[in-house]
Design a protein around this ligand. Sequence first.
Ligand SMILES: [Cu+2]
Length: 477
Amino acid sequence: MGRFTISQIPYHNPIVLGAFVFAALAGSVVIGVISYYRKWGYLIREWLTTVDHKKIGVMYIVLGLVMLFRGFIDGLMIRTQQAMAVGPHSPGHLEAVHGYLPPFHFDQIYGSHGMIMLILAVTPILTGLANIIVPLQIGARDMAFPYLNAVSLWLTAAAVALMMISLFIGDFSHDGWIGIIPLTEMPYSPTVGVDYWIWIFQISSVGTTLNGINMVATIVGMRAPGLSWGRVPFFTWATLSTQIIGLTAFPVLGVALALLAFDRYLGTHFYTAGMGGNLMLYTDLFWIWGHPEVYFLAIPSWGIISEVIPTFSEKPLFGYTAMVCATFMIAGISWSVWLHHFFTMGAGPGVNLFFSVATMLVGIPTGVKVFNWMLTMYKGRLRFEAAMLWAVGSIFLLLVGGLTGMMLAIPAVNYTVHNSVFVVAHFHCFLLMVAFGIFAGIQYWFPKVFGFKLDEPVPIRLTQTPTRASGPRHGGH
Ligand SMILES: [Cu+2]
């Protein structure tokens, strides 16, 4: 904090100033409305200090939706800049046109968009859904450690607060959401931006790890009598494998960030070339967390659509056991593929080949899932309500995102599309698949939380040979 001065407030930047005025106005309106209706006592007693899993879940989702909005604005700003800024060699342009954002501002937005969407929007929303639904699905009264659950939520909220403060005081990291090394080292990033980035990441991942401990303890130890593993609803299975990934992956990120903090504050050389340090150490540690993190987001989303599709097909989930096995296979393989994030960094053909084959293996269990969803819908009585439309859309996005992923798994293709937006398109298909799953889940479970169904137009019903649902139904309403 000693490095903050009054000059850290970017009052000379009209975009930031405008955002600050808007945030201040919106904040005072919210405070005014709460005071006018005298709801402070209710808010503090019933919500802010609660340890109830459903209310914590709702707050997680609200927090995530607010950050989804900010991340969306960041995305719009990135795209607007790219549409306006033209390079000197583009057709019809003899000189560069620089758009509306100065480079240092664009770089911050570029980092904050990724950071917000992955860590502060999608993760809290999925955690919130699991918080609400998992104890209900397994017949538990609450999570195993309700107080710890509240601690996890407020750690995430603290990270969100830091993220919002970084918008107005000081700056945010200029070095991308992955913290490209050695740019994040002190000589290249002397401002507070990278420090914000480190502590937002670190605090929120401690919250996520604690939540993982809580979830695993709940699912393993608090299932209702008779709810054996073979009958556990699929979303709970998905949450269990997700949290096992989280529990093993997030500590690696914690170490990677702590070593970077040592480099910055104590002058150590873990990631710099001097004194025996190596920047590839950071790259490896980061992506050893970074790839499992992809499945940390995707698997719960697949869990959601595995609940939605059987309900709106009026059939049980096809291949329950295969689905569970596929989920854990994906979780397992996700540990041996991280180097595909830097094929072009020169690890050599042997290493690249290993990680290429390992990456392609992920396609097998993922394909199992896609076919199982399709076979669940096959000859079902399909009702295309909003949740089902999101779920089916999600499968399409998984197909596009997954097949481009198979292309990127080939190192030669990686070299070819390097520095293009191919990989950006690939992972945005994949993450929008996650987002579609989230919207399906919110729509589907909304009545569970609030007691009424969201309004929707008359659902489309495909007339097909009716087959009655038979056998045990896994999960759902
Ligand atoms: Cu990956």
